[in-house]
Ligand binder design. Sequence first.
Ligand SMILES: *Cc1c(COP(=O)(O)O)cnc(C)c1O
Length: 392
Amino acid sequence: MPTYKRLDLAFERGEGAWLYTHDGRRFLDFGAGIATSSLGHNHPHLVAAIKAQAERVIHVSNVYRIPEAERLAERLVAATCADSVFFCNSGAEANEAMVKMIRRTMAETGQAHRYRIICFEGAFHGRTLATLAATGNPKYLQGYAPDMPGFDHVPFNDLEAVRRAIGPETAGIIVEPIQGEGGIRPARFEFLQGLRKLADEFGLVLGIDEIQTGMGRTGRFLAHEWSGIVPDVATLAKGIAGGVPMGAVLAREWVARHLTPGSHGSTFGGNPLAVAAAHAVLDIVLAPGFLESVEDKGFRLWEGLSAIVEAYPSVFDEVRGMGLMLGLKCVPPQEKVQQALIEEGLLVINAGENVVRLTPPLIISEAEINEALRMIRAAAARLSAESSGGAA
Ligand SMILES: *Cc1c(COP(=O)(O)O)cnc(C)c1O
């Protein structure tokens, strides 16, 4: 179906941070899918884990115990503030489950009238009917009425607007620590801290969508850690299994205990193959020094991008984001900038507010970051010459 506006590029194979086309061209992959191929391409540890698991057993179903999934849940619990984990297969599915958990927590504690969830302008939470309603973007909702009821949208980073939106029917809040799709818009730390206080004051469930920001992307295991807050539920997907489809909902006990047998489920969720891939990703991401290396590389990239923004104000407005989740706000249409970068051999992803997203694999090297900066500078020089040529 014509659901995607695709670039006319097709890749045959990948190696580390590089993708190769059938006709032998190579590209430095600063999209990593959409922040999904966290270990890059053909990572030996990930490939070995998937191969070994495929030879043992791929799928058994949640009718039976899956010891490796239990161990994966234990590792995720040990690495975060969560007490238990539900596995599914995508981001939308994880957020859908989070919405259900928020509603069910209220219903099971005698507050069934509380079902509304506060979300933010510029958010992206997925494409199912509930997560689309949580996203609230009219462009994505077009043609799918009636919209799922129960979601209230307020301006991002505006704590007073959140307070005003809380009513007797409010059950929870869902927020991204950095809005990815929305244009790499970070939540201020005081904003997240304020949301935690409001949630405590009004007995709300605070849900954090870490689907893009989690799994080490910002230099912490989960991005909300930077603000010091403890959410009640957090969702993961994208990078969790290095490109194998998987999602996870991490929750604290007061929420998780209401998900009693039969109250939710998934056929594929937590199957041994996806679980093996996620273990392999965790082995790398949680290894001593790895998250620090992401932070350092993010800083290096930020510095280099800042210098380019300064040198080419007719092409780039600003750098935003954290760690290896950075955005460049463009002056010309982002498609034009993306195309110029592709011509230099660099792949990036478009986001809202005319921003190009830089989300390289977490295993990117310093040399590859320098290579990407060289390509961005070259593209900026060309675009800048074109724009001044056009004006002359
Ligand atoms: C990508 C994304 C989703 C949706 O994930 P899918 O796997 O595409 O369903 C939800 N929330 C955020 C923050 C995302 O970046």
